[in-house]
Design a protein around this ligand. Sequence first.
Ligand code: N2P
Length: 362
Amino acid sequence: MKRTLLLATVATVVAGSAIAQDNVVNVYNWSDYIAEDTIEKFEAATGIKVVYDVFDSNEVLEAKMLTGSSGYDVVVPTSDFLQRQIAAGAYQPLDKSKLPNLANMDADLMAGAAVYDADNEYATIYMWGTTGIGYNVGAIAERLGEDYEVNSWDLVFNPEIVSKLADCGVTMLDAPTEILPAAMNYLGLDPRSTNKADFEAGAALLESVRPHVRYFHSSQYINDLANGDVCVSVGWSGDVFQALYRAEESENGVEIGYVIPDEGALQWFDMLAIPVDAPHSDNAHTFINFIMDAQITADITNYVWYANGNAASMPMVDPEITSDPGIFPTEAASAKLWSSKVYDARTDRVVTRLWTKVKTGQ
Ligand code: N2P
């Protein structure tokens, strides 16, 4: 009896691996951006194996998409980058007949995403968020006083203030198209400007605070904030909340806050899209449709602390999340958010050159 069972198991494993060789979906997503059990659940529900890679930079994803033959079936560009990559022919139109769960999506948010992708032809919303400031409550109070209210970009862009924080660790995202506009906005310039002089002014401001910045990196700060190794990070909403809860779970006494500063901040959409040369386009559709399941998306939001674009998921999202103004901004805060803007090649070169200068200090 025992032997028969064993043989049967071996046979199943062999058959399973033969299928697994072809029946895969290659997913390239941002780091710290999916629930613990999403992939497992997808594999169990569909029999499709997920090969999962992560990145933390739109520029890195873009280089792969513009080169082609990435081998990926599903990728997650931010909407402005998506727009440029669509124009370059990097994506295939979604076959909406394979995506019945599109019906779950929030019409207003999808209309917002359609600004970058007319009729949502190529992509659907994965998650959205803001680029604001994460901070260590105790470390800031120690250096700036108990009464100092963290509500302004002063914390990182005012040299007098940020210089007082340099010792406890100030970090910024390595995301030029997000940080330069934030600096421009702080100077009273239009964060969506593509004027070279405005970028230069933003870069000059960044260079003035550069000596007080420990590093530019887009994922390291989650752990560093949580462990108290850095005290201020210009970062993404959900990532800062992940740091907050990692600290809480480890009971290390570190208290983290996230603020959308009063001057406003960037609001972005990250989009699920299928590269034009995806080797497993059918499986890609199956994966995207699975993600748009109301419960699956709710589970992801509940785990990564990012808002999503799935209206049907909202009743299943933790009220602690839906009621947090750092994740779902208040109306007043929303009015001050700006959306990302696609740059043409010339503007992109200006941004890249200035960013290198800011980062290296030369
Ligand atoms: C997840 C970061 C995703 C937000 N770690 C960047 N668009």
